[in-house]
Structures are given as structure tokens and as C-alpha cells.
Design a protein. Structure first.
Length: 431
């Protein structure tokens, strides 16, 4: 995009923006939650929509001048409903964490219990980490994998704990779990204890949108939250999707499952947020439109194929992966067992040669979260750049070489040059 005005008016900020673009061009993003948006998404993000305040909802705003904000938000809502096969969508959450929090506030009272995946087994901070404010308001309880070799969840224990704790929400979702959840079993547990079934699909939303992974709504889930970046390849925003009766969000309704869409809308605004970021919502509409195209399905299929290829290459070179493989876009390497190093150390080594990854816990990790045993790798971004199986093998070999030869400065310097040359042959979208 044209950054002439930025260069003139603020060369210091311009330098950081250009530097980041160059870093992305010359390096590899293997962070499972990152991706590259299209030029059209970037254009929407930088549009005049950023100037407009739009508190409220389409047709029910507090300020005037909403003709085009209403049109673009309605477009995003209708596209989201069609893609995910639900009857209500709220596209105003600022990201995934606010989306989850808005759902909690819509349904729960302080002290109520939420069941989510154990963080070391792959859960997310908003699923009950003690460092979050939500953990001070609600009682978070955990479920785990019953079989660490396959990743199978212990659904019998899930039911037992859900009954004991009188759980009000059962949350299916993760940020570092390489397999697919059994939504039918989770829905059955929720039914038995009288809880609502909620899925946080932030990581796999794009793969669900393309039909490559299961859709929780097909199994009777009440609510699905997601970010709009990651595999969905949009701007950094959030959505709350739900099933139920849709009514005026500016009027209070009884707290029933049928009224969840309205309860959620009221929880987002005015309960939790003020005016939505309309430039972001315009960009979400663009990304959802892209996700409805045939080529997006090809992309999503390749994301999973690339992840499986990388996992197999790593394991064939003696690496220990959590659950011994992947069914989605990510994998978690146990770096202590694989290399005798912790995940933070391996992340730093890869950074030195231009490969970005993210450290991660492994199940029941004995190391602290800031220096955990694992490293999480993902393929959405490299797939966007056009990499396929042969490139995945080469990239994996680069990583293994860096880890094995990290003490040799000369070899690391040469490897950084090789990674740069490799990356420049796969341009960023629009660059």
C-alpha cells in the first residue's frame, strides 16, 4: 500500500512499518496464530471507516450518519451466518478474548463454573488461567487428554467433574492442541449437566469455514467464538456466533438458552464495549467474502497437508511431538525430549535465522510457562505464501539444522542467508 504520506509526516513510525514488512518478507512465520492478509483486507483496514463512531447495532445506532456502517456490518453478519451455518452473528468483539468474556458475562453470575481445556494440555488463557481477571470472577475447572499419545480427551472424567462442579458452560477450544475435538461427546456432557455448549474455534475457524474440519453447530452447540485472523486470514478482530431467537438487542430479555443471541449482543454492547471499530468490521467482511471463494477451500486443504508433512518430517528425524502428529494446522514439539533444550531456547535459536515460532507448554509441563518444554509450529502463513510439501520439507530441515548447529556462529550466519533467499522466492500477498 502507498505509505508516501506516512514517510513524509512521521519517518520514525514509517521506519518501523517498513522494517516489519521487510522482516516478514525475508523470514518465515511458523506461529500458528499468524497469517498474511490480502491487499483488499489491508485497504479496508486503512479506509475512512476508521473515522466513524457506530455505537449500537445496524438499524439501532446511537449516532447519525450510519448508512454505510450499517451496510458493511450487515454484510459481515450475513456472510458469517452463511459460512458457519448459524442464525446470529455479532462481529463487534475487538478480538478473541473480549468475545469469550462477553459470552461469560451474558450467561453467568459471579462464582459460576466454566469447564475448559487444561492450559498445559492446549487450552487458552481465557479458558481459565489464574493470571486473568476472569479467574477471579468465575470458577474454572479443567478437562485433559486421557491419552497423551493420541490426544484423546477423557470424556468420562469431563462428565464426572462437570457434575461435581455444577458447570454452567462447557467450553470446547484450544490454542495448542493438534487434534480435533469430539463435539458430539461434549454436547452430550453439556446436556447431561444442563450446561450450554460453547466452542472457541479461534485457531481453526478458517478450516471449519472451508469444510476441512467439523463445525460445532452441526453437533448442537449453542455458541461459537472466534478470532478473525489466524486461519480465517482476516484482520485482528473477533466474532460471536450463536443459535436462538434474534430480537432487539437494546431491550432486556429473560435469561434463557433461546435468548442467547440477544443476551450476547447486550453483553458486547453496552455491557462490555463501546463503539465498534468499523474499519475492522469492513475488513472482516472482506475476509469472510474471500473465505467463501473456491480457492479458499484449496488453501485450507493445503494448510492441513502442510502441517501433516511438517509433523512427519520432524518425527522421522527423531522429534517427539505432543499426540504424535496433527489433524489441524499446528503441532507442538517437546523440545526437552527432542533436543535437550527448552522451548524458549529453541524459539530464540530459530529467531536468529529468520524463523518465527512460539514456545508452548506440553501436557503437565514441569517447566514454567515463560520457559516451557515445548514449541508450537503452524502452517497457515507459509501456506498463504504458496509453500507446499517440497518447501515444507526444506523449511523443516532448516529448523533442524539451526537447532543442531546453533553453537556455530559461521554456520548460523550462512543458514540465515539461505533462509532469506528461500523466503524471497515466496512473496507476501500484494508485495
Amino acid at each position: 500500500m502507498n505509505k508516501t504520506e506516512l514517510k513524509k509526516s512521521d519517518p520514525e513510525v514509517y521506519a518501523t512499518v517498513e522494517g516489519e514488512m521487510q522482516r516478514q518478507r525475508e523470514g518465515v512465520e511458523l506461529i500458528a496464530s499468524e497469517n498474511y492478509v490480502s491487499p483488499a483486507v489491508l485497504e479496508a483496514l486503512g479506509s475512512h471507516m476508521t473515522n466513524k463512531y457506530a455505537e449500537g447495532f445496524p438499524g439501532k445506532r446511537y449516532y447519525g450518519g450510519q448508512e454505510f456502517t450499517d451496510a458493511v456490518e450487515t454484510l459481515a453478519i450475513e456472510r458469517a451466518k452463511k459460512i458457519f451455518r448459524c442464525n446470529h452473528a455479532n462481529v463487534q468483539p475487538l478480538s478473541g478474548a473480549p468475545a469469550n468474556i462477553a459470552v461469560y458475562f451474558s450467561w453467568l453470575e459471579p462464582g459460576d463454573a466454566i469447564m475448559g481445556m487444561d492450559l498445559s494440555h492446549g487450552g487458552h488463557l481465557t479458558h481459565g488461567s489464574p493470571v486473568t481477571y476472569m479467574s477471579k470472577l468465575f470458577n474454572f475447572v479443567r478437562y485433559k487428554m486421557g491419552d497423551l499419545e493420541t490426544g484423546a480427551i477423557d470424556y468420562d472424567d469431563m462428565l464426572k467433574v462437570a457434575k461435581q462442579e455444577k458447570v454452567k458452560i462447557i467450553l470446547a477450544g484450544f490454542s495448542a492442541y493438534p487434534r480435533e475435538l469430539d463435539y458430539a461427546k461434549i454436547r452430550a456432557v453439556a446436556d447431561e449437566v444442563g450446561a450450554i455448549a460453547m466452542a472457541d474455534v479461534a485457531h481453526v475457524a478458517g478450516l471449519i469455514a472451508a469444510g476441512e474440519l467439523k463445525n460445532p453447530f452441526d453437533y448442537g452447540f449453542n455458541v461459537v467464538t472466534t478470532t478473525t485472523h489466524k486461519t480465517l486470514r482476516g484482520p485482528r478482530g473477533g466474532m460471536i456466533l450463536s443459535q436462538g431467537k434474534v430480537s432487539n438487542p437494546l431491550k432486556a430479555v429473560e435469561k434463557t438458552v433461546e435468548n442467547l443471541p440477544t443476551l450476547i449482543d447486550r453483553s458486547v454492547f453496552p455491557g462490555f464495549q463501546g463503539g465498534p471499530h468499523m474499519n475492522n468490521i469492513a475488513a472482516i467482511a472482506v475476509a469472510l467474502g474471500e473465505a467463501m471463494q473456491p480457492e479458499y477451500k484449496v488453501y485450507a486443504k493445503q494448510v492441513i497437508l502442510n502441517a501433516k508433512t511438517m509433523a512427519e518430517r520432524l518425527m522421522s528425524n527423531g522429534c517427539k511431538l505432543v499426540t504424535n502428529g496433527t489433524d489441524n494446522h499446528m503441532m507442538v514439539v517437546d523440545c526437552v525430549k527432542s533436543f535437550g533444550l527448552n522451548g524458549k531456547e529453541v524459539q530464540h535459536i530459530l529467531d536468529e535465522v529468520g524463523i518465527s515460532a512460539s514456545k508452548s507448554t506440553v501436557p503437565d509441563d514441569t517447566l514454567p510457562p515463560y520457559s516451557p518444554s515445548g514449541l508450537r509450529l503452524g502452517t497457515p502463513a507459509i501456506t498463504t505464501r504458496g509453500m507446499k510439501e517440497p518447501e515444507i520439507d526444506k523449511l523443516t530441515d532448516f529448523m533442524l539444522q539451526a537447532i543442531r548447529e546453533h553453537a556455530d556462529e559461521a554456520k548460523m550466519a550462512q543458514l540465515k542467508v539461505s533462509v532469506r533467499e528461500f523466503c524471497l522466492s515466496f512473496p507476501l500477498p500484494g508485495v
